[in-house]
Design a protein around this ligand. Sequence first.
Ligand SMILES: [Fe+2]
Ligand SMILES: [Fe+2]
Length: 277
Amino acid sequence: MKPATEKYTPKKNWRLEDIDFGAIDSTLVRDDEQLFFLLTSASFVEIMADLYARNLVDHYQDNPDASAWLTDHWRQEEIQHGKSLRAYIRAAWPEFDWDSAYHGFAQQYGALCTAEELEPSRALEMAARCVVETGTSTLYRCLYDYANEPVLKQLLTQIKADEVRHFTHFHRLFQAYNAIEKNSAATVARTIWRRIREIGDDDGYVAFKHAFIGRHPDTPFNDADYVRFSKKINRWARRRYPYRMAVDMLLAPLPLAPFLKRLLRLPLTAVARATIF
Ligand SMILES: [Fe+2]
Ligand SMILES: [Fe+2]
């Protein structure tokens, strides 16, 4: 049986051409190496959406609405995130050879990103996608709060809004599939928890590694560089991470009564504050 879903309403208000990359005030960003690594890593992972989309479309090929949305909207928008971040990086750090660094990333990471990593159930994969979109929504929100360069701020405004809409649509698809599969709250929670623990595991490391090699071609990359970067990012994120927003988004797919979710919200936000970053 095909699950019924509401129609997706794409936001039509931005395209890559709408951002004036020539207006970037690079003096505000070019010495910020941490920002460079965050934006470059994000650009690599976003452009790779092409590959994730193919895996996901295969997984949902018997649902024309879901596969059309994944192909025509979600995939296009994620790739646009990657291309716009790439354009920003090229304008702000013109000495960085984005293409060579991405080539290294795509070769190493492409081998790790296979269809076998998808959840076996359609509903549970949608719950897992909600976790990924929670991660991107909250990351771009942090970056938006941190950024003080006007063009970057404008770009991040658009990207973070897209990510929240992606979450909303994956959540709708989850609800439609789970009305059929009837996974319990415990099963969904296990999937969500497993996916939270995987965030940044492979892609964060591989993206940083190739961004680092591109930025410091004369310095051999060492895992200790990534450990140092991660510690810095954790301190940076702890100060501005929207814990409450993340908890609300992660609670959304759980098939629990609304009053139970309201009860869980505060203690889970406290747990998130104590454990994430
Ligand atoms: Fe994205
Ligand atoms: Fe997204």
